[in-house]
Every structure is written in structure tokens, then in C-alpha cells.
Design a protein around this ligand. Structure first.
Ligand code: SAM
Ligand code: SF4
Length: 336
């Protein structure tokens, strides 16, 4: 397979958006059960419905041929997938890939940071919602804060191009820790992003409308203690970044609920079942697994299927808006 991306093979949707970023979910499983992401008792996919690492790599290769320059591995928890390093190493060798990113809960970073760096991972996002062990446990249901902090420090020691903490703030849970989290990021000289909780999947543990904390509120808290200068920073994702005065660290705000950023959307996702999702907040999708399994040697068919899928990429998402479609997928299926 050696087909270079030309203007005619590049992925352009019907609204003229150029798709050069793909997020691949490599598992729906996870060692945590974060309250905003999963229900306590989850049923995970049977193995035969899950793409093999070889199938995922084939999809990564084809996206790369179609001009994708950034690939993020996510999940579920990507680092619990057995043999994940072999996939990371293979993707790390793809030509013309600018960035290989991973989003992780940090629980395996202490052991795996060095190998991930050697395999070509450029940046890591690590979820961290609390610096208090009990709150951390409550929000992740199973997580061990000390283990995650050791993982963050191990990754820091490996000098990745960038590390970023991801925090989801829920009112009444961790909203009093916004500044502590910012200070922890500043102390390590890494970035931090605040992500608004999205209504993906049905959770019964809390009422999302009650716990919802907009990023405007988060920003006001940070600005009560720090000067934030807006940055015109083009990143792989939808964050709006601000420089924290007197620090190397930047604060990002990912505000899918309060600020729709769809007009500049440059990405698509694939679930570990091989469902190509054209939008985080809609159910529009195309089944790549059947192409992979029924026509395993037909690279052109896979390319064409992906290219044609761009025609059904929706204009935007409609979280909490009137008549908004209910998205039944949990975030661990979607791949954040
Ligand atoms: N397990 C990894 C982790 O936690 O970083 C990667 C997958 S996780 C689904 C990716 C990101 O999505 C995490 O930063 C997590 O906090 C975020 N997330 C999960 N459920 C969410 C929701 N309902 N709304 C907003 N962000 C969510
Ligand atoms: Fe697991 Fe990440 Fe979801 Fe938490 S947010 S349950 S760590 S997949």
C-alpha cells in the first residue's frame, strides 16, 4: 500500500472542512469507571466485535494515505489493551505523520512512558479530576490517585513534546479544586485543559444538568488568581488556549456544550468496533469493520468507504438544544 494523499484523495467534507485528524479508540474497556463516562456496571463488547490491532493499523495506514497527519489513540483506556505497544510502534513509523497522541487515565504511565516515547508518541493527555485521593476515587470509582501522579511524573521525565492534564469539573464534586489543579500543572510546567461534561450515554449517578459547570465559570475562578492571555494557538483539537502569566503552562478550555466549535472541526473518530463516527455529538457513522472483514485485501474499497463517509459528516452537534438527538453511546465507546 503506497498511495500518497493528493488533493483529490484528501478528506474534505461537504461543508469544505478538511479532515486531517483521526482518533482511534483501541478498546472500550477501562480500569476506571469515571462517573461522567460510564455506568458502574458496564457490559463491554464481545471480543469478536472488537477490531484486532492489525485491523486498527490498516485503518490508520489508510487514513494516513488520505492525508491524516495526526492520530490519537484513545478508548476506553488505551494502555490496558494487550500488546498496545506494537500498534503504537507501527503507527509511529507511518510516513508524514506529524503527531501521534495518546489520551490516558495515567494508571499505566509509570511503567509505559519510556516505551511510548521510544515508539514515537509525541504528546500525551492525562485525565486528572482531583488531587484529593478520596474525591479522585469517588469520581473514577476505582482509581488510585498516587499511582496516576507517579505516572504523570514518569511521563514528565521523558520529555514528550507536550503533556496536558484533562479535567472534567462537576459542581459539588471537584469545583473547589480548579485552582489546585492549575497550580499542580504549573508546578510541573505542563498544560491543563478543562472539558465540559457532555451528555453522552445515560448516567444515573448524577443529574448532568445539576452538576454541569461551564468553562466560563471555570475561567472566572482561574482569573480570580491568575492573568490569562489568549493565545492564537493552532492545536490538534478544539481547545482554546490561554497563557498563565509567569508560567510555562497554558490553560485550554474545551467547551462543546457552551461554545459550539463545529465550524472548524477537522476530525473524525473510529470506535473499536470499527464504526467510523463523523461527529462526537451525533450518531452518523459508517461501518468499516464489515469492509475490513469481508474484503481484507481491498485497500481501495477501504479508502473509498472512508472518503465517501465525509459526505455524511454533520454540520454540528446540538447538545441540550431543543429536539437534540439523544446520543446513547458512552464516552468510553466514542473515544475522547
Ligand atoms: N481513558 C482515557 C482517559 O480517561 O483519559 C481516554 C478515554 S476518555 C473517554 C477521554 C477523555 O474523555 C477523558 O479526558 C475524559 O475525562 C473525557 N470524558 C469522558 N466522558 C466524558 C463526558 N461525558 N463529557 C466530557 N468528557 C468526558
Ligand atoms: Fe475510563 Fe477514561 Fe472513561 Fe474514565 S474517562 S472511565 S478513565 S475511559
Amino acid at each position: 500500500m503506497n498511495i500518497a494523499a493528493t488533493p483529490s484523495t484528501a478528506l474534505i467534507d461537504k461543508y469544505g472542512r478538511h479532515i486531517d485528524y483521526v482518533r482511534l479508540s483501541v478498546t472500550d474497556r477501562c480500569d476506571f469507571r469515571c462517573v461522567y463516562c460510564m455506568s458502574e456496571k458496564m457490559t463491554f463488547l464481545p471480543r469478536n466485535q472488537v477490531l484486532s490491532l492489525e485491523e486498527i493499523f490498516k485503518v490508520a495506514q489508510v487514513f494516513n494515505q488520505l492525508g491524516v497527519r495526526k492520530i490519537r489513540l484513545t478508548g476506553g483506556e488505551p494502555l490496558v489493551r494487550s500488546n498496545i505497544l506494537s500498534l503504537v510502534q507501527n503507527i509511529g513509523k507511518l510516513p508524514n505523520l506529524d503527531e501521534l497522541l495518546i489520551t490516558t487515565n495515567g494508571s499505566h504511565l509509570e511503567q509505559m512512558s519510556a516505551d511510548l516515547k521510544a515508539a514515537g508518541v509525541t504528546r500525551i493527555n492525562i485525565s486528572l479530576d482531583s488531587l484529593n485521593a478520596a474525591t479522585f476515587r469517588e469520581m473514577t470509582r476505582t482509581g488510585d490517585l498516587a499511582q496516576v501522579l507517579r505516572g504523570i511524573e514518569a511521563a514528565k521525565a521523558r520529555n514528550f513534546k507536550a503533556l496536558r492534564l484533562n479535567a472534567v469539573i462537576l459542581k459539588g464534586r471537584n469545583d473547589h479544586e480548579i485552582l489546585d489543579l492549575v497550580h499542580y500543572a504549573m508546578q510541573l510546567g505542563i498544560n491543563i485543559a478543562f472539558i465540559e461534561e457532555m451528555p453522552l450515554g445515560e448516567v444515573t449517578e448524577h443529574d448532568r444538568l445539576e452538576t454541569s459547570c461551564s468553562n466560563d465559570e471555570v475561567r472566572r475562578v482561574i482569573e480570580s488568581a491568575h492573568n490569562l492571555t489568549p493565545l492564537d494557538m493552532k492545536t490538534a483539537g478544539p481547545s482554546r488556549y490561554y497563557q498563565l502569566e509567569g508560567s510555562e503552562s497554558r490553560v485550554g478550555f474545551i467547551s462543546p456544550v457552551s461554545h459550539n466549535f463545529c465550524e472548524s472541526c477537522n476530525r473524525v473518530r473510529m470506535t473499536v468496533e470499527g464504526r467510523l463516527l463523523l461527529c462526537l455529538g451525533n450518531e452518523h457513522s459508517v461501518d468499516l469493520r464489515s469492509v475490513l472483514r469481508e474484503h481484507p485485501d481491498d485497500v481501495h474499497l477501504l479508502q473509498e468507504t472512508i472518503r465517501n463517509a465525509m459526505d455524511i459528516k454533520p454540520l454540528r452537534h446540538y447538545f441540550y438544544e431543543k429536539d437534540a438527538p439523544q446520543v446513547v453511546r458512552f464516552m468510553n465507546m466514542t473515544g475522547g
